[in-house]
Design a binder for this molecule. Structure first.
Ligand SMILES: Cc1cc2nc3c(=O)[nH]c(=O)nc-3n(C[C@H](O)[C@H](O)[C@H](O)COP(=O)(O)OP(=O)(O)OC[C@H]3O[C@@H](n4cnc5c(N)ncnc54)[C@H](O)[C@@H]3O)c2cc1C
Length: 367
């Protein structure tokens, strides 16, 4: 399936129902299952592994389309795609053959890094992964795992020997308890949940490669995909805001003229347009670097994530200003954009964590 066919399927399945899903805190199971079964949620997986084999740029555009329609579904797409990328990056040939096929044929995955004491500082993870003969045993608590309430499998990070490791854990394994996060500020239907791991025993072949490497190295490799996906999702948020505000500002009149003819309103529209165009360019550039495997990928991805998330948060706030009371209702696309966009400045490397890393790049390049 090509990118435009996948986007058309998403448009057909989501329609104008995302607001209802947001209010209900749940995306209908058949929608998630259909998209997971067709490989749309991890569209970069190669065709030989059951995926759509999209390039990073095409997957980015698809992610923006999803993000413009439903932030919760885009969140599922980001975490599921990140799980598939982790398998591609660290799984051996057999693990990839088995599990990528599952992830492109209906099984849904979440990725579990964060813990009560380990948010930005992932090196503080306390979850332990211990080898015990032909098994590994996991003990700990993960928080805010996107999609965990829908997931069949969890990609769990934890301490292992002197470093870290990643294990594929069935969501229904004995000792796993999924506790949904109640009433999140945004992306309310994304199935965020805390995950309790109480001496969860899984076969040792669920351990991915790279076991024993430093936590930050394992996490950074995985987060790259998530950052780029979030960045493209933010482009989608900006596009949704432009669609709503341009329609509203050209049709609603105050003081005898359309809102768009008031220069202070027009400025909001211009800034939104600049944000969307610029965020798109940074994302396309980062995805091209990703597709070409250039050394610039890490910095380009950080830049895209940081720029797209901050401009989406600012742009969604401006959009709500332009809409006035017309969008001051839960479930309205711009109200959702406002809430969802703020969270994008927190996840996959908060604005501050991105700035610290970008400052290092600046010093290396300019000092
Ligand atoms: C909607 C949503 C979805 C999520 N999905 C997942 C998921 O799928 N899997 C998963 O494992 N986790 C997930 N998380 C958790 C997410 O990764 C963390 O929220 C994020 O890493 C930030 O950690 P924290 O919330 O504990 O904030 P903290 O790390 O406590 O940070 C709080 C504030 O302090 C700032 N700060 C921290 N350290 C520094 C520093 N050194 N310098 C400057 N400022 C600093 C931060 O930028 C932030 O503003 C999700 C969270 C949300 C809100």
């Amino acid at each position: 399936m090509a990118e435009h066919d996948a986007a058309a399927l998403v448009r057909e399945l989501v329609g104008d129902r995302a607001g209802d899903w947001d209010l209900a805190g749940r995306i209908p199971g058949d929608v998630v299952a259909t998209l997971a079964r067709k490989g749309v949620l991890c569209a970069e997986v190669p065709a030989g592994r059951g995926g759509l084999g999209l390039s990073g740029v095409d997957n980015g555009e698809l992610t923006a389309t999803v993000g413009s329609l439903c932030g919760s579904l885009r969140s599922l797409m980001t975490s599921h795609g990140m799980a598939a990328w982790t398998l591609t990056r660290f799984g051996n040939a057999e693990q990839q053959a088995i599990h990528l096929r599952r992830l492109t044929s209906g099984a849904l995955a979440g990725v579990a890094f964060s813990e009560p004491g380990a948010g930005s500082d992932l090196a503080a993870m306390a979850t332990t992964i211990v080898r015990d003969g032909q098994h590994v045993v996991l003990t700990g608590r993960k928080v805010w795992v996107t999609g965990a309430a829908y997931a069949d499998v969890l990609v769990v990070f934890g301490r292992f020997d002197e470093g870290a490791a990643i294990v594929l854990v069935p969501a229904d394994a004995p000792g796993v308890t999924i506790e949904p996060v109640s009433d999140p500020v945004g992306c309310r239907a994304a199935g965020h949940a805390d995950v309790h791991l109480d001496e969860v025993r899984v076969p040792a072949d669920a351990l991915l490669g790279g076991a024993g490497l430093p936590t930050t190295l394992l996490a950074t490799a995985t987060l790259g995909y998530g950052r780029l996906s979030v960045a493209w999702g933010c482009v989608g948020i900006l596009r949704a805001c432009l669609t709503a505000t341009t329609e509203h500002a050209t049709t609603r009149e105050q003081f005898g003229v359309p809102l768009a003819e008031h220069q202070l309103v027009a400025r909001h529209l211009a800034e939104l347009h600049v944000s969307e165009r610029s965020a798109t360019h940074t994302c396309v550039h980062a995805s091209r670097c990703w597709d070409d495997g250039t050394p610039e990928t890490v910095e380009a991805t950080l830049l895209a994530k940081h720029y797209a998330a901050t401009t989406a948060a600012r742009g969604a706030a401006s959009a709500l200003q332009v809409m006035g009371s017309a969008a001051a209702l839960d479930g309205h696309p711009v109200a959702r954009a406002y809430r969802d966009a703020k969270l994008m400045e927190i996840i996959e490397g908060s604005a501050e964590i991105c700035q610290l890393a970008l400052a290092q790049h600046a010093i290396t390049e300019w000092s």
